[in-house]
Design a protein around this ligand. Structure first.
Ligand SMILES: [Zn+2]
Length: 147
């Protein structure tokens, strides 16, 4: 049984559906120590057995930001400023790690966040780890070059 959670940005331009293989109470959550997540004090969830749909209701509001190795991009809402997820795309596939505070069920993630610091990785290692650990994601209504 999958556990479905909905969410998205504040203004509704970007919506998110996440189906987890276990209840949110049992999901491991991460406190990513990258320089971007630290500034947001973000707690994130990713599970390779989960499935996510990232739905762009208003494509003009998609804001992307890359930094560091540029292996992935931050997905933000241009209008309301909410940080939704980190996204990696490769070969027509996409993976995300999601900011749990954009989910309506955020309060159900009760495990304490585990600090994660991957600053020592090279680009190749980073791609492989993300494909193994991030959540496979369907991009709905996105510009062609993302798919
Ligand atoms: Zn918004």
């Amino acid at each position: 049984m999958m556990h479905r959670l909905d969410g998205g940005c504040h203004c509704g331009a970007i919506a998110l559906e996440l189906s987890l293989p276990r209840p949110p109470e049992e999901e491991v959550i991460g406190a990513c120590q990258c320089s971007f997540c630290r500034k947001h004090n973000a707690r994130t969830v990713s599970d390779p057995k989960a499935q996510a749909r990232l739905i762009l209701r208003q494509p003009s509001q998609l804001q992307r930001y890359r930094f560091g190795l540029g292996a992935s991009e931050v997905v933000l809402c241009h209008r309301c400023g909410v940080y939704i997820a980190m996204l990696m795309t490769e070969g027509g596939k996409a993976w995300t790690t999601i900011n749990i505070d954009v989910l309506d069920g955020r309060a159900r993630f009760t495990r304490s966040a585990e600090p994660r610091d991957f600053g020592g990785e090279v680009l190749e290692e980073r791609h492989e780890r993300r494909k193994a650990r991030w959540t496979p994601t369907e991009l709905v209504g996105w510009p062609e070059e993302s798919g």
